[in-house]
Design a protein around this ligand. Structure first.
Ligand SMILES: [Zn+2]
Length: 320
């Protein structure tokens, strides 16, 4: 009774406010250790089924129009995906189409040109495939014998890699490969869990009536670490690369998307590049007052239980 009341109260408080969910990768077979942004297909399907039943699931253009009007439907939700994983087409799209839930996919265009995954997933791939018990890393020995140790090691190395200039990432992954006792060519081996889309797969994804394609830079840099010209080239370049393949990307998502990862100058660059809205990774509800170039999103990861998901999309987490 009390729980029902609280849930009702939350729905009342969140009435008229929109929520945007941010997903990344969907997998069928669990990776050998937990990587937050990779969700199991069953977990994802349960969440989408729940959304389809209890919310107005809108494509981003419609969602922005509804929330801008100031009197949107009761509980509008927009589903988004970042980075451009091949599994988005193979696994996520059939679920979305089945439940008639639209989604927007923000594509890191440079990843579609080459065989390597985006660097955090290249890192995860190496840690998934190593048979080493420890990684010798700059004078330290990072344990990787158990799944929990691999998850911890992944987090440490992601923090390191995120700080590196884009040009040093290949060297960074090569170094990790050697520390893991693997050939760096392993990164180019096709893998259903970690691989990015290729351009042909993106065209198939974009052709779906449930799909909107957005841009997510060329090489997924931390924009705040770049010189202005380089940051502009990343933002404009991803839109141009999609346009060259016949895709008009009207929306943008900042890589990493936290408040330290970009600033007002990048917001202005997104406006100047012709985007109509840009999305961040900070949690929040979307109202008529929300800055269209800082649209908040709720990140959904592998730690999201069914009850946690219901709580999150009820807006409960945003009330505390
Ligand atoms: Zn991303």
């Amino acid at each position: 009774m009390l729980a029902a009341f609280k849930n009702g109260l939350r729905r009342l408080v969140t009435r008229g406010r929109g929520l945007v969910l941010a997903y990344h990768s969907i997998h069928e077979r669990p990776p050998p250790f937990d990587v937050w942004h990779h969700l199991h297909l069953d977990q994802f399907a349960t969440q989408i089924a729940y959304l389809a039943r209890h919310h107005d699931c809108l494509a981003v253009p419609e969602f922005l129009a509804e929330t801008t009007r100031g009197a949107p439907r009761a509980h509008p939700v927009a589903v988004t995906f970042d980075d451009g994983f091949a599994n988005n087409l193979r696994l996520a799209l059939p679920v979305l189409a089945h439940y008639r839930v639209p989604a927007t996919f923000f594509i890191t265009t440079g990843a579609l040109d080459g065989p390597w995954p985006l660097w955090p997933d290249g890192l995860a791939l190496l840690l998934a495939r190593t048979s080493a018990d420890t990684l010798a890393w700059h004078g330290e020995h990072l344990p990787v014998a158990t799944p929990a140790e691999r998850t911890a090691c992944y987090r440490v190395l992601v923090r390191t890699g995120k700080q590196l200039p884009v040009q040093q990432r290949t060297g960074f992954l090569t170094e990790v490969a050697h520390a893991a006792g693997l050939d760096p060519a392993e990164l180019g081996r096709d893998n259903a869990t970690w691989s990015p889309l290729d351009w042909h797969e993106l065209a198939t994804l974009a052709a779906s009536p449930w799909v909107t394609i957005g841009a997510h830079t060329v090489s997924h840099p931390m924009l705040s670490a770049l010189a202005p010209d380089a940051a502009r080239a990343e933002i404009v370049g991803s839109r141009a690369a999609l346009a060259a393949h016949g895709i008009d990307a009207r929306y943008f998502a900042y890589p990493y998307g936290g408040s330290a990862d970009f600033d007002d100058s990048h917001r202005q660059m997104a406006i100047d590049a012709g985007f109509e809205a840009a999305f961040v990774a900070d949690a929040g509800a979307v109202t008529a007052a929300t800055d269209r170039f800082r649209v908040p999103r709720l990140g959904i990861g592998s730690d999201c239980s069914p009850a946690g998901f219901r709580y999150l999309v009820s807006g409960g987490a945003l009330l505390s």
